[in-house]
Design a protein around this ligand. Structure first.
Ligand SMILES: [Zn+2]
Length: 228
């Protein structure tokens, strides 16, 4: 409920967190600064990505772009203290909320058994005139549906995006977030050839962490909790 009340602080009483997204670079658009803070505090974070982003680099064949983007994602993750990054091989730009995808999500959550899951934002738009991508909307819905099929779900399911119910302040972790996103060097340099990669990365980190009264923060929307 955007604007309905002050966001709460993100929970601290957990040990492990799983980030679930459809594409490489999704964790770096808003979550990575918080991840840097969490791993610095000794918490375990891992990433799982439905696709390898193989359709995401204009002019590059998928069989070349997929492995390249996996490498960029692994380097981006390492900078914020994440060494476990899994790619599931679902088709980039054709991610749909299918039984197969829901089964994969449920199986990974059951295997990893994190305390917290942070998923991609699934709302229709990030803001007025800023529509979300269909892959994101479908993937986010698949995560929630998979969650609802679990007999013993983790304690919390969040999405990362606008209309926060919870925020994690990230003062001191913005540089790591910029470095992390800048590892998507080939991807970003093709996406916007006019703007240097680090400048793009700074702009994204600024955009995704600003606007909070207590300073820069990563913003999360609570979807499910076993705590009632
Ligand atoms: Zn994406």
């Amino acid at each position: 409920m955007p604007g309905s009340s002050e966001p709460l602080p993100f929970p601290t009483d957990w040990e492990s967190l799983l980030v679930l997204v459809p594409h490489p670079d999704d964790p770096e658009y808003g979550t990575a600064a918080a991840v840097a803070k969490w791993t610095a505090a000794g918490k375990a974070v891992r990433y799982a990505l439905a696709s390898s982003g193989e359709a995401g680099i204009a002019g590059m064949a998928p069989e070349q772009a997929g492995p390249l983007r996996e490498d960029e994602q692994r380097r981006a993750a390492a900078i914020v203290g994440v060494s476990e990054v899994d790619f599931w091989g679902f088709p980039d730009s054709n991610i749909r909320n299918t039984p197969e995808l829901r089964a994969k999500i449920a199986a990974v959550i059951a295997e990893v058994r994190p305390d917290v899951v942070v998923a991609i934002y699934g709302g229709a738009e990030f803001g007025p005139g800023m529509p979300n991508q269909r892959d994101h909307i479908e993937f986010a819905a698949a995560v929630t549906d998979a969650w609802d099929s679990l007999t013993d779900p983790p304690r919390w399911l969040f999405q990362n995006g606008p209309g926060a119910t919870h925020i994690e302040t990230v003062d001191g972790y913005l540089a790591a977030a910029v470095d992390s996103l800048a590892e998507h060097e080939v991807y970003l340099s093709v996406l916007d050839p006019q703007t240097p990669v680090r400048e793009q990365a700074r702009g994204v980190v600024e955009m995704t962490t600003s606007g909070h009264p207590g300073g820069p923060a990563s913003a999360f929307i609570l979807q499910r909790s076993t705590l009632g």
